[in-house]
Design a protein around this ligand. Structure first.
Ligand SMILES: NC(=O)N[C@@H](CC(=O)O)C(=O)O
Ligand SMILES: [Zn+2]
Ligand SMILES: [Zn+2]
Length: 454
């Protein structure tokens, strides 16, 4: 077991001219092997004792699983506008601690990322922080207003190279606007990531509890599953009609899974369009009954659902109907969360514990093996977002974007040990199994976790 240093190095100390030998790691859960990295690239894989002499650093990775660096399709960094809740740098640090080497930063900042300048600015902040590659998501409509398309093509052609567009936080609810957006991004291979919430069935801001017996008993405005499903159903038809690509953000119901299953079968027959979907760690484990304590930490869009939905989401992730896990990391400052449930902000943290949640829920149960985790948390999200250099196989010649995981580490989450600026952590006090111990971005260590007490 590795005893990682209890320090995080500054990027200036690190240089990717360094060479690194990771010894005895189980690549995607296979037989242990050694991985040699030089100048940020994987140079050799195998039994490499001779090379070890030359390496600047040798890491004992026995008992650890080596994965490609994780890729998050759905992160909220709060810069610009709410740097008290998160900045690009603190969010990137939290991402690295969660095993991520790339994150897509949602557009619902203030101002909104709806211009090329705004997108480039987020991208540059990510480069400066140097802890994870930060790819801005562009807004679909100006100011997330839902009416006028943002400058999609200029954002795509900018240095930030935006390919994923979303009004997340808001639904592109006008079907005509959604149709135009799909047609537009098709020309450069972009994708629309949709926050599926029909605002007349589940009004923004008020609808906050899965609609059912519990919402009635608690006196909380209901957010029925059908408010998500009607948008997903409509969007898959629009994707088919336009021959374009739609991505379903934070899928939360069994009904959505049914629609996806149908849509994917159709899209496979006729390759011109595509539907992909993500599920969050919290929708894979937490259920609506947590709301009975009125703790705003558990207030999120879409809301936590009943156990039947959670079960359907797990199965869909295991069988590929849902393509990816995405965190929807949504940091909120204390003053926005510490309110009566109905008045508190929507959203919860996710970057630092997501791998542990997936390990606990999916790997421990046998629903996914480590190769499956690499698929849903790295290679598929990278493909959906059109990222090059991330989500690549752990193979010679590939960039050394890598995550070391201790699959046996069991720990209790402490929200105060977070690198995020916010504390709205739904995993606080929970016991999870499987933990990120190190993250490398192009061969540079961006996170060196704590040795876990037995
Ligand atoms: N998920 C949430 O509850 N909140 C997100 C927005 C979103 O993902 O819809 C946020 O920006 O806080
Ligand atoms: Zn959303
Ligand atoms: Zn979101």
């Amino acid at each position: 077991m590795v005893e990682p240093a209890d320090t995080r190095r500054s990027t200036t100390e690190m240089s990717n001219t360094m060479s690194l030998l990771i010894k005895g790691a189980s690549v995607l859960g296979a037989e242990p092997t050694d991985v040699y990295v030089e100048e940020g690239v994987i140079r050799e894989i195998g039994s490499l004792t001779a090379t070890a002499e030359a390496a600047d650093e040798v890491v004992d990775a026995s008992g650890l699983v080596l994965l490609p660096g994780l890729v998050d399709l759905h992160t909220h960094l709060r810069q610009p506008g709410r740097e008290d809740a998160e900045t690009v740098a603190t969010g990137a640090a939290a991402a690295a601690a969660g095993g991520y080497t790339a994150v897509l930063a949602m557009a619902n900042t203030s101002p909104v990322t709806d211009t090329a300048e705004a997108a480039v600015s987020v991208w540059e902040l990510g480069r400066e922080a140097g802890l994870a590659d930060v790819f801005p998501v562009g807004a679909v409509t100006k100011g997330l207003g839902g009416e006028e398309l943002a400058e999609l093509s200029l954002m795509n052609r900018s240095r930030a190279g935006v390919k994923v567009f979303s009004d997340d936080g808001r639904c592109v609810s006008d079907p005509r606007v959604m149709r135009r957006a799909l047609e537009y991004v098709k020309s450069f291979g972009g994708v629309i990531s949709q926050h599926s919430q029909d605002p007349s069935l589940a009004p923004y801001g008020s609808a906050c509890c899965h609609e059912g017996e519990l919402s009635g008993r608690l006196g909380l405005p209901g957010w029925p599953g059908v408010a998500e499903e009607v948008i997903v159903a409509r969007d898959v038809m629009l994707a088919r009609h336009t021959g374009s690509r739609v991505h379903v953000a934070h899928a939360s119901t069994a009904g959505t899974v049914e629609v996806l299953r149908w849509a994917k079968a159709q899209a496979e027959k006729d390759g011109s369009w595509a539907v992909t979907a993500e599920v969050t760690p919290h929708h894979l484990l937490l259920t609506t009954d947590l709301l009975s304590g009125y703790d705003p930490t558990f207030k999120v869009n879409p809301p936590l659902r009943p156990a039947e939905d959670v079960e359907a989401l797990r199965e869909a992730l295991a069988d590929g109907t849902i393509d990816a896990v995405a965190t929807d990391h949504a940091p909120h400052a204390r003053q926005d969360k510490e309110h009566a449930f109905v008045d508190a902000a929507f959203g919860m943290l996710g970057l630092e514990e997501s791998l542990s949640v997936v390990s606990t829920v999916m790997v421990s149960s046998g629903l996914l093996d480590w190769a499956g985790v690499a698929r849903v948390m790295s290679s598929t999200p990278a493909r959906i977002a059109g990222l090059e250099g991330h989500g690549r196989p752990v193979a010679v010649g590939e960039p050394a974007n890598l995550t070391l995981v201790d699959p046996a580490a069991t720990y209790v989450v402490d929200r105060d040990r977070s690198l995020s600026l916010s504390r709205n952590n739904p995993w606080h006090d929970r016991k999870l199994t499987g933990r990120v111990v190190s993250t490398y971005l192009r061969g540079e260590q961006t996170y060196a976790g704590q040795a876990v007490a037995p």
